[in-house]
Design a protein around this ligand. Structure first.
Ligand code: MN
Length: 735
């Protein structure tokens, strides 16, 4: 055979296959013109060049056959084009950009989606893993057309599986049985589901398959002409009743019989619906009319009537089913449905393309709106199962990723490698030093995508998780395990961070910290919180076992109880506050936003009324008051970790208390110096608490601690002292 002759043969074969696609398109109401489809066909054919399939036919025959199936489903032009191109990105030089340029971004996106699913790795696993794989497949697809094209691709590959190695046959059949057929079922694509199952069974259990095939054949010989006679009888009855309809007959598919025989241990003879007849009519009323006619004609088997029109199956299937005994004593099933129900039964979700023109043009999130509506109006229990399944599938708030061994892990959407690591084992998470996604090192904050292969690198010298991880994880499993670690490993640290968080929350809720120094109240509070000591409480908050907010809420509740009891006794607890919104001054200081907190004055700068002051929230000892010109304030406010602990305070007006403060006097020493200073202070009626003097090489330093009402009193005293002979300088402490 010369080469040009061969080329002509191939051309002829391809053209013949292409005509089959045209025929399928002619039946479709979705596609008006084949112009772009022809172009896609030629483009794909050129791209695949002289690649051959295992059976020796040109590769293009495969995408052509897939496109025929897609057209038969009634999908749109873009889907048929994408089906024709579905292997070009995977198997040829053509890129996503090329496809987008030639046929538009949306076709390119579908082809890319199909390619992604093709690359997915399946390994046979237990049922839970299988369910995850199915969910991952659906979640990865985004556009349902991707799944439908993948179904068509798989269906044609299964139809031509005989040319593959037996290893490949087994592998693909198992995958089809475990992944694709259940998805087809869930999407209501009965016709494709049944064919996929029968084709898979042929390779998975050829003996069982042939046994049933033989039994069916034997049955057919025994009941020769039964199908034809019954079909004719039904048709005659329909004519008498003036019903316009189509009557179809079929024998039950092999896998369904197989399942009944092996799954439910039924004998072949016990299966009632080996023979099935179908009456397809124009409207629902006619369905019930036909049912009446059938029951007049044949004796119904009690308990076998099912009204899936009134109560559709979860996957949208609708029909009336009844089992009757034929005139020859042979039981058979009759299914009655409208044409619309028929399409739905055969093609499920795909069938609805036809009735919803807007789908292609809509925003992504609307794509499934009609499915959602459809599902949400169904209330029976089967349906709710399906709804929750489909919701998980289609509106996924989960993400599915692979371990390096091919196991699938389901994680909450937005999960990071940290979630992944802890989902494997807490020891893996605790020792994680680095993570790889699809072979590349990623930061811990990296958000995982469906189908990612995630690898965790651990080290025995790892210092353990970081507290930041708690903000990066999405799963409660990871969060709990990290907290667990901190609980065990970092008690000291937990106490410090927990205490800070607790005190911050107390301030936020304006609960005085003084409650913790109330000797009577404290044991009750600890008991209520089920901890034996304050440090335990801080530690729990530190590792996240207790929430600071809940703890403070509990404390507030307990305080209310104590206050109530105290009131009855006419007493008031340490922290007790009067009503009114204004915070009450403590020691002459109003701490803004906090009522009745413990207030002390710092020793470093000893402020008095009239000084500009600021408060520092100490750990456990209330608020300490500093002057705004205090050196400690200036340096502490520069430190980021302390900055937030400084709060606004002011002197309460109209107070008449005395405040302790200190000054330092420098003078050339002389006899009677200290006495002169003391006399000045005494004349001013200033209360002196302590006075010390030191002499260093003729220079005297006198330290005085005293009590004054305010800054002006202090200033007056300082000026007077300045006038004492030999005094060179009078300074306040801390200045
Ligand atoms: Mn393919």
């Amino acid at each position: 055979m010369d080469i040009s002759r061969q080329t002509t043969d191939i051309d002829a074969l391809c053209e013949e296959r292409y005509r089959k696609l045209e025929e399928a398109i002619a039946q479709s109401t979705q596609i008006k013109s084949t112009e772009r489809i022809r172009r896609a066909y030629e483009y794909a054919r050129a791209a695949h060049g002289d690649q051959l399939r295992k059976d020796g036919s040109p590769y293009i025959t495969h995408p052509l056959a897939a496109a025929v199936i897609v057209a038969e489903m009634g999908l749109d032009e873009e889907s048929v084009i994408a089906a024709l191109l579905h292997d070009v990105i995977e198997d040829t030089e053509v890129t996503h950009e090329d496809v987008a340029k030639q046929f538009g971004e949306s076709v390119a996106a579908i082809v890319e989606g199909v390619t992604k699913l093709t690359k997915m790795r399946y390994t046979s696993k237990e049922e839970e893993q299988m369910e995850n794989l199915r969910k991952m497949l659906l979640a990865m697809a985004r556009d349902i057309r991707v799944v439908l094209i993948k179904m068509a691709d798989r269906l044609h590959n299964m139809r031509t599986m005989e040319y593959q190695s037996s290893q490949k046959q087994l592998e693909k059949s198992r995958e089809t049985m475990e992944i694709y057929a259940p998805i087809a079922h869930r999407l209501g694509m009965q016709k494709i589901k049944l064919e996929l199952e029968d084709l898979s069974l042929l390779y998975l259990d050829p003996v069982g398959y042939r046994e049933i095939e033989a039994a069916l054949q034997e049955r057919e010989t025994k009941n020769a002409g039964f199908m034809e006679r019954t079909e004719a009888a039904i048709r005659r009855r329909m004519e008498e009743a003036h019903v316009t309809c189509a009557v179809q007959s079929r024998t039950k598919d092999i896998y369904s019989i197989y399942r009944k025989m092996y799954g439910k241990s039924m004998e072949f003879e016990e299966i009632m619906d080996i023979y099935a007849f179908r009456v397809i009519v124009d409207d629902i009323a006619e369905c019930y009319n036909v049912l009446g006619c059938i029951h007049e004609l044949y004796k119904p088997v009690p308990g076998r009537f099912k009204d899936y029109i009134g109560t559709p199956k979860p996957n949208m299937y609708q029909s009336l089913h009844t089992t009757v005994i034929g005139s020859e004593g042979i039981p058979f099933e009759v299914q009655i449905r409208t044409w619309e129900m028929h399409r739905t039964a055969e093609y499920g979700i795909a069938a609805h393309w036809k009735y919803k023109d807007g789908i292609q043009g809509r925003a992504d999130e609307d794509k499934f709106a009609w499915i959602r509506n459809l599902l949400e109006t169904q209330e029976d229990s089967d349906a709710s199962d399906f709804i929750s399944n489909l919701k998980v599938d289609m509106f996924a708030d989960e993400v599915y990723v692979f371990t390096p061994h091919g196991d699938v892990k389901a994680l909450p959407a937005g999960a990071t490698p940290i979630d992944f690591a802890y989902s494997i084992h807490s020891a893996i998470g605790n020792r994680m030093t680095c993570a790889k996604v699809n072979g590349r090192i990623v930061p811990f904050s990296h958000v995982l995508q469906n189908g990612d292969v995630v690898e965790v690198i651990t080290s025995s010298t790892s210092k353990g998780p970081s507290r930041d991880w708690l903000t990066l994880v999405k799963s409660s499993e990871a969060r709990n395990k990290i907290r667990q670690w901190f609980k065990k490993e970092r008690r000291e640290e937990n106490i410090v961070t927990g205490r800070a968080a607790f005190e911050a929350e107390m301030r936020r809720q304006a609960v005085p910290l003084t409650v913790l120094s109330d000797e009577k109240a404290l044991p009750r509070l600890l008991e209520r919180l089920s901890v034996s000591a304050l440090d335990d409480m801080y530690a729990s908050i530190g590792y996240g076992g207790l929430s600071a907010q809940k703890t403070v809420n509990n404390i507030k509740d307990e305080m209310r109880l104590i206050e109530r009891t105290a009131k009855k006794l006419g007493a008031s607890p340490v922290w007790a506050s009067a009503d009114g919104k204004q915070p009450h001054p403590v020691n002459g200081i109003v701490v803004e936003g906090i009522d009745n907190c413990l207030v002390k004055f710092s020793h470093c700068c000893m402020p008095v009324p009239g000084d500009e002051v600021v408060g520092f929230i100490t750990r456990g000892y209330g608020v300490s008051i500093h002057r705004t010109d205090c050196r400690n304030y200036a340096s502490s406010a520069e430190r980021e970790e302390e900055r937030d602990r400084w709060i606004r305070v002011h002197w309460a007006p109209g107070e008449d208390d005395l405040y302790s403060t200190a000054i330092a006097i420098t003078a050339e020493d002389r006899d009677g110096l200290v006495m002169d200073i003391a006399t000045v202070l005494s004349s001013l009626k200033v209360k002196v608490d302590a006075l010390t003097a030191r002499n260093q090489q003729g220079l005297a330093t006198v330290y005085i601690t005293m009590r004054v009402h305010d800054k002006s009193e202090l200033a007056a005293a300082m000026t007077k002292i300045m006038n004492v002979r030999n005094v060179k300088e009078v300074k306040r402490q801390g200045a």
